[in-house]
Design a protein around this ligand. Structure first.
Ligand code: PXG
Length: 289
């Protein structure tokens, strides 16, 4: 495996950055997780745009243009001869002194591209559905570290993941500070009730997921009524269907939440329709390499 670091490719065992990089010392940086399907990079422009938005918000200058970054992603995929890949794009503040002042990083930001595979949940859950729980750790407050910033500080979500794993679950619902459903540790959440689709609005401590946007796009085209508004746990418990979306997870059904069976306990009809339509999109859309 070859890893891209600042314009050069390194073998995996030599792909290293300085321990003085502020991405390592402080989690000072941003990232994207992107997927390619059969040599098509899905929603690449959207991911690059979100990376630039995250970087702008934390005043991190990416030393490449959008076009150069797209070219670097494609070059990494070609270098690794991968048809289907999970691409991790990381930009850190770069190497600096100790002390969190970003001005201590005098050089350029560090740009890393890893192209590999990812398995988030065991395959059987895509057929049987996940059983998830709500955990005590709430999602970061938008007025603290805004969840719209896909930063290298994922401890908020990791704590939630630990709580889920301790309870024997693979995924967790995180609430916002008001107690509304925000999202899961690495996925957005949707429910279906009476053939209407609901998902929390992006302003409430929820990442505006690119897979989430894709599902909303599919729903609007299929004339399924969509509602981006606050959801309570109660509404999740009494929903007909529930599913999660994310680049790594894609679309995964949820069949139980906090011990309440969702619908008939099997992946719902509309969930299966979204999974099918999403799969078709990934075979048709994207940047070819
Ligand atoms: N919420 C959070 C907190 C995320 O981290 C999503 C929602 C879904 O967004 P997209 O744009 O991917 O539909 C994410 C994305 C991993 C991993 O390594 C996690 C994500 C993406 C890629 C890899 O667990 N989360």
């Amino acid at each position: 495996m070859k890893v891209y670091i600042n314009g050069k490719f390194y073998e995996k065992e030599n792909a290293k950055i300085s321990v003085f990089d502020h991405g390592f010392l402080y989690g000072d940086g941003v990232f994207e997780g992107i997927r390619s399907y059969n040599r098509l990079v899905f929603k690449l422009k959207e991911h690059i745009e979100r990376l630039f938005e995250s970087a702008k918000s934390i005043m991190l200058e990416i030393p490449l243009t959008r076009q150069q970054l797209i070219a670097a992603v494609i070059a990494t995929l070609k270098e690794n001869k991968l048809n289907d890949a999970y691409i991790r794009l990381v930009v850190t503040r770069g190497e600096g002194d100790l002390g969190l002042d970003p001005r201590k990083c005098k050089g350029n930001a560090t740009v890393i591209i890893i192209a590999d595979k990812i398995v988030l949940y065991p395959e059987k859950y895509y057929k049987e559905g996940l059983k998830i729980i709500t955990v005590p750790t709430v999602r970061n407050l938008p007025e603290a570290l805004n969840p719209q910033i896909k930063s290298l500080n994922y401890l908020n979500n990791i704590l939630a993941k630990i709580e889920a794993v301790n309870a024997g679950c693979d995924e967790a619902i995180m609430l916002d500070s008001l107690g509304y459903v925000a999202e899961c540790t690495g996925d957005n959440i949707f429910i279906v009730k009476n053939r209407h689709l609901y998902t929390p609005p992006q302003c409430m401590g929820t990442l505006r997921g690119i897979t989430r946007d894709t599902v909303l796009e599919i729903a609007r085209k299929a004339k399924i009524p969509v509602h981006e508004h606050v959801i309570t746990r109660h509404e999740v418990y009494i929903s007909d269907e529930c599913f999660l979306t994310g680049t790594a997870a894609q679309i995964i059904p949820v069949v139980a939440v906090d011990g309440r069976v969702i619908g008939n306990g099997r992946p719902g009809e509309m969930t299966l329709l979204f999974m099918k339509k999403f799969k078709i999109l990934t075979t048709k859309e994207g940047v070819r390499y």
